[in-house]
Design a protein around this ligand. Structure first.
Ligand SMILES: Cc1ncc(COP(=O)(O)O)c(C=O)c1O
Length: 393
């Protein structure tokens, strides 16, 4: 392709620059932890989804090393073609037990778990009801399925009820929602969604990427949080956030999991998680099953940080979880805020359009059990200084 044919991309990138919307990715030269090294500087880290500090946990590191010695690195191919290693089955069984689910299947990521699930269950002639703020991977999964998708207003169960009542004639209907909304930190009313799904004979799917290891008893997830075991058809999760590794999972009723092993396209056409990933995930589940200490510390840290921000005068939106958005409005201000934080030794990302709506740019402050009380105190001082510098508080 000639350079002229690519000129439109240069134009688009220049427009992103001009609007302050171009993503710049920092290079990290250390493990993902409470502090990270970027460009030789040690910074407090408030970006990562490393909720429990497991991304650099010694037990996960050891488990990965031991598994490499026993099983090597790669799975060799797709599981249906090259066979499945006992490690993958062990992880699935442990996850099902931990979450009190009938069965569980793992995928390469939370994104592919969604891409596998919705098209395997829904198709042409079916109808999906999707929260308007659902994650991009759910949106893409709905598109791939070829089912018709109707968006309902965010967490608005009355809007959902009206829309379900108006569309009763379809072959299969699915309600799908994020569990915890990743940019605002609010929680889906899963108990009400469950009642509605049961009343209308629809299937219910929740993507608990940000609730896995965070919500519920000892981090058992949103279904546990609401006490809805056996009533939510499909619970998608990720192993890439609180579990500290990478990978995705679907937990739920056995026939659905069996079906995903037959028809989940990322399961059938893409290789499985690698050996060290799986072994580290097994150890993460072991740690969570043994004690709720990390989960409790995460929530306590989040409380201290949220209350501290609020008493400084910041707008922290509607968060109910350790995701604390610092609402700033326009994207250039959020980017400037993030640069000032960085200069003072704190790494927290500005989030703008299209990840959040125009005019709702923010700093997304991610709490972790890895932060010490001194880290939190230092962070609040830095936020206060930058907030005053930029006249936000
Ligand atoms: C709601 C939701 N679903 C899925 C994903 C994707 O998870 P993963 O990073 O494991 O692909 C994310 C991650 O950002 C998410 O927030």
């Amino acid at each position: 392709m000639s350079n002229d044919a690519l000129a439109w991309i240069e134009d688009e990138l220049a427009q992103l620059d001009a609007a302050g919307l171009r993503t710049r990715i920092r290079t990290i030269d250390s493990p993902m932890d409470a502090r990270v090294t970027i460009g030789g500087q040690r910074l407090l880290n408030f970006c990562a989804n490393n909720y429990l500090g497991l991304a650099n946990h010694p037990r996960l590191r050891d488990a990965a090393k031991r598994a490499i010695d026993a099983f090597g690195i790669g799975p060799g191919a797709v599981r249906t073609i090259a066979g499945t290693m006992s490690l993958h089955l062990e992880l699935e069984q442990k996850l099902a037990e931990f979450k009190h689910a009938e069965a569980c299947i793992t995928f390469q990521s939370g994104f592919t778990a969604n891409l596998a699930t919705v098209p395997a269950l829904m198709g042409d002639g079916d109808l999906i009801f999707s929260d308007e703020l659902n994650h991009a991977s759910i949106i893409d999964a709905c598109r791939l399925s070829k089912a018709r998708t109707i968006r309902y207003a965010h967490n608005d169960v009355d809007d959902l009820r009206r829309k379900l009542a108006a569309h009763g004639e379809f072959r299969r209907r699915l309600i799908v929602s994020d569990g915890v909304f990743s940019m605002d930190g609010d929680i889906a009313p899963l108990d009400k969604l469950c009642e509605i799904a049961e009343a209308h004979g629809a299937m219910l799917m929740v993507d608990d990427a940000h609730g896995e290891g965070v919500l519920g008893r000892g981090g058992r997830g949103i279904v546990d949080h609401f006490g809805l075991h056996g009533r939510v058809d499909i619970e998608v999760g990720t192993l890439s956030k609180a579990f500290g590794v990478v990978g995705g999972l679907v937990a739920g009723k056995k026939p659905i999991i069996d079906w995903l092993r037959q028809r989940g396209r990322p399961f059938l056409f893409s290789s499985a998680m690698t050996v060290p990933d799986v072994a580290a995930c097994i150890e993460a589940v072991n740690i969570l099953a043994e004690s709720d200490e990390l989960v409790a510390r995460l929530w306590e840290n989040a409380r201290i940080l949220r209350e501290g921000m609020q008493s400084l005068g910041f707008d922290t939106g509607h968060s109910q979880t350790p995701i604390v958005p610092l609402m700033l409005g326009e994207a250039p201000l959020a980017q400037e805020f993030s640069r000032h934080l960085f200069a003072r030794g704190l790494f927290a990302m500005a989030i703008g359009y299209p990840t959040v709506p125009m005019g709702k740019a923010r700093i997304r402050v991610m709490n972790s059990a890895a932060h010490s009380p001194a880290d939190l105190e230092e962070a609040l001082d830095i936020f206060a200084t930058v907030g005053k510098e930029l006249k936000v508080i």
